[in-house]
Design a protein around this ligand. Sequence first.
Ligand code: PLP
Length: 405
Amino acid sequence: MYKKRCNDLVNELKITNQYREFKEINRVGGNYPLAKNNSSEINVFCSNDYLGMSQNKEVMLSMVDAIIKYGAGAGGSRNIGGTHKYFSLLEKSLSDWHKKESALIYPTGYSSNDATIQCLLRKFPDMVVFSDAKNHASIINGIRSVKNTKEVFRHNDVFDLEEKLKQYPLNTPKIIIFESVYSMDGDVAPIKEIADLAKVYNALTYLDEVHAVGMYGETGAGYSELLGVEKEIDIIQSTMAKGIGIIGGYIVSTEEIVDLVRSYASGFIFTTALPPSIVAGCLASVNHIKKSSKERDLLHKRTEYLREKLEEYSIPVLPESSTHIIPVIIGDSQKCKEASEELLNTFNIYVQPINSPTVEKGSERFRINATPNHTEEHIDHLCLAINTVFNKLDINKHEKQLLSS
Ligand SMILES: Cc1ncc(COP(=O)(O)O)c(C=O)c1O
């Protein structure tokens, strides 16, 4: 009975091309973005290691040093022996970076959203949550696990948000949860407008900066830094697995909110702390990113070049995208998979197909991004390859333009 139920459920995914198959991608140390798939050397154009910090020498050496000095694991949760010295150093560095009073580190970005949101909503059972329709699964999971009143507003739509906020008395606790850079469309939230609405309607603001930290702002502290609105956001959440290049998540906020979450969030309390090597590496990476704009400047330069080249081949990019994340719509799950295979097998390029449920059916896509380590020649090769594959599989460029408008 159990086997059959499992097989039936998985088969449903296979029939609709939603079944996930993992490709083995062995990154070549010191040679990012090159990697090995079987014996072939391939070029990766879909990594979240946006700045190549996972291969930064200072970062790697700090990790090795911490392993030698302190061993491989943390040995327990933060409360039971797992709080090593790197936590206080990194939490101080993160809160200073985002101009907040306090920070709290989690094992992943997912758990930092899930556990923080769940905890806040449990401790404020009368709090109404206003969530952008395109928020990440980790946010949705946090919201779904509680009984609070939920309002989902249309993606990036401040008018719809205001209509929903208006329905509740001023003294009802409220929280607006949204992202700065959206990971699948590469578009940016109207952060300032949402923060202004929050003030009018007496709501807290919770901003996920996972796809912005490292890449935007004078010191890389994210889109809220770029716009100068950090102080208007109550809670900023981010990851250390993307721009920062390793793993881990965090929130920064007031002392009171961070202390509440530290004291009550089950997903923070009852899990093993990150090992010294990881936190030491994140600290080295954050401190490097704060001082050095070299990586993000080069990322944006390469992104601009990639956009120009795609345009030369009339490969339409989702028009909403204005960031380093470039969605190229295929609009068909089977073709999306085939195109990805073709890029890998014929051109040694790895771009993962993004199918539903991650994106809506009919908007299946490649989510492409360059990094500072890609050369113009790499990008030329990618665009020529995509164009060839589009022609071979008869992927209609015009239709995609209509779909995304
Ligand atoms: C918007 C957003 N928030 C949170 C996460 C989770 O971060 P992590 O990968 O560090 O768990 C992701 C991961 O892709 C994300 O895209």
